[in-house]
Design a protein around this ligand. Structure first.
Ligand code: B12
Length: 473
């Protein structure tokens, strides 16, 4: 079974149509690769086992159309490209968390309910599984009460509304059918483009497309072409519910120490000879190009860790992949930002396994448009690598984006390393999913400015960065 993820594309800025195209492009690239390597029956079985994880955003008509286009396109690709008939569109959906705001979190309750609808309302293209986030999504992991509210939202949809009682209510709708055909045609173009480029060529192309859409989305917000409640309009807080309790404590040192202790006990007490043998067999599977799943399962059963598995893959691949920024050929809209007149160099990057790249991408584009010299290190860096880059690049500012909850540990390591290397004058700034209650501790560690998920005004953000580097401005 393979699950193709369209969800992440929309969370990275893609439009509804792009999501369908990229997801189907992925499916087709995988299937093209498998076809010819297995028997006809096995191949048909692989096709039937495909499922999709899709997004559902706030533009309701576009989303209804999207899920219908997904279903139609998948069935037609299976039939016309691979000769497999009567395939079901099997999909799960999570609503578009990227639209859920830190300000006026109560409004997210409505957003989530509206966004859930398109994925289930069209009977012929209804998803089989739906998961809804917590309404304080932009502030922290959901607590049990938020999760219960999300579950209740689904229960209202399922039991109180009448959507489950009818066949497809959009069949024959002129507008929906026309838009579905349009989406299908555009998605098919994307699939052809990805097929033409192959997997290796599609990755940088997709990155550019996503960066372009992300900037377009941000530009529409900055210019007011797109209205988002609580972001660029209707700004008064509601204050109906309290902010979540600070649950980032789990990343503080005591948790890390416990976790590292548990890991070393695990490594000490397992059968290390068996693990070594499994790692060798896993490495051999990588080199020979055979299926790595069996060797991966054997390694996991012997007690191999995710880190060891990853290290083996990285040593085979010759390093760690970090997608480019995607600004080389993407036509980016201007964000109408303040311009800086002095030379300011800023290093921007992310640490560890935190793959949330939207903010750091947008900031890189915004700072460059404002006239700063930007050095983008990419993701998956270590604190030492970020500090080395900042010193080597003679930067004025080191900007770190952290959405994983590890900001206190990162800030502590980065500031200590800067002090050790006599570079404490370099201003460290940090932003991301950071609870208000951690702000003071970050400042005490030596961080010059802290930006939370509520700091979503790009113009003000850039202005503050410029002023930090040059208070005379
Ligand atoms: C989009 C998203 C994703 C996408 C990321 C796509 C991408 N290309 O980036 C996908 C779907 C891949 C994803 C995956 C996961 N996610 Co996620 N994700 C989000 C989401 C919905 C939005 C983040 C975002 O892009 N916002 C838009 C950007 C522009 O805004 P921002 O990041 O808030 O940044 C603003 C400011 O903070 C500031 N800023 C940010 N960084 C910096 C840095 C500097 C220097 C400065 C000056 C300013 C600044 O500038 C921005 C201005 O707009 C958030 C929830 C939310 N609504 O915020 C969860 C969220 C961050 N994810 C979360 C989680 C748990 C995950 C997963 C672990 C889920 C899972 N179990 O698989 C994985 C982890 C993947 C990984 N390897 O890291 C949690 C983190 C919880 C926590 N920290 O306590 C959140 C908060 C959701 C939640 N409530 O559970 N996610």
């Amino acid at each position: 079974p393979i699950n193709v993820c369209g969800y992440h594309y929309m969370e990275s800025g893609a439009t509804a149509t792009q999501e369908v195209g990229y997801a189907m492009g992925n499916a087709v690239l995988v299937l093209d690769n498998i076809r010819g390597r297995v028997s006809k029956d096995e191949f048909e079985n692989v096709v039937r086992c495909f499922s999709f994880f899709i997004n559902s955003g706030i533009e309701l008509v576009a989303e209804i159309v999207k899920v219908r286009a997904y279903s139609k396109l998948w069935k037609s690709i299976c039939k016309n490209e691979y000769g497999v008939d009567d395939v079901r569109f099997r999909a799960g959906c999570q609503v578009r968390s990227l639209t859920l705001t830190a300000s006026q979190p109560e409004v997210n309750i409505m957003r989530i309910a509206y966004q859930a609808l398109p994925a289930v309302i069209s009977a012929s293209a209804r998803v089989g599984a739906l998961q809804l986030p917590g309404f304080r999504e932009a502030l922290s992991l959901p607590d049990e009460k938020e999760q219960t509210l999300s579950l209740r939202t689904q229960q209202v949809l399922m039991y109180e509304t009448d959507i489950a009682e009818h066949g497809d209510i959009f069949e024959g709708s002129i507008i929906i059918e026309e838009l579905t055909q349009k989406t299908l045609a555009e998605a098919e173009k994307i699939v052809s483009q990805m097929r033409l480029q192959g997997y290796a060529g599609s990755v940088p192309w997709l990155t550019e497309q996503l960066t372009e859409s992300l900037v377009q989305w941000q530009a529409a917000l900055v210019k007011g072409d797109r209205v988002q409640v609580g972001i660029n309009a209707f700004l008064d807080p509601i204050d109906l519910v309290p902010p979540p309790e600070n649950n980032s404590t789990h990343t503080k040192n005591d948790f890390l120490v416990d976790h590292l202790d548990a890991l070393s006990t695990w490594r000490r007490t397992r059968n290390n000879v068996e693990v070594e043998g499994c790692l060798t067999r896993f490495g051999d599977a990588l080199k020979s190009g055979t299926n790595i799943i069996e060797a991966s399962i054997a390694l996991a059963k012997a007690g191999g860790t995710t880190g060891e598995w990853t290290q083996a893959v990285e040593s085979f691949a010759g390093g760690r992949f970090s997608a480019p920024l995607g600004t080389d050929n993407a036509p980016l809209l201007p964000l109408d930002l303040p311009q800086c007149s002095k030379k300011i160099r800023i290093v921007l990057g992310k640490c560890g396994l935190d793959g949330h790249v939207n903010a750091v991408k947008l900031l890189s584009v915004a700072c460059a448009q404002a006239g700063l010299e930007v050095i983008y290190t990419g993701i998956k860096q270590s604190p030492a690598a970020l500090v080395a880059a900042a010193i080597q690049e003679d930067a004025d500012i080191l900007g770190i984006s952290s959405l994983s909850g590890a900001h206190l540990t990162l800030a502590s390591d980065v500031c200590a390393l800067l002090r050790e290397q006599g570079a404490q004058k370099l201003a460290v700034i940090i932003g991301g999913v950071i609870p208000e209650s951690d702000r003071e501790e970050l400042r005490a560690l030596g961080v010059k400015a802290v930006f939370t998920a509520a700091d979503n005004d790009m113009v003000s953000l850039v202005q503050q960065i410029i002023e930090l580097a040059d208070p005379t401005i």
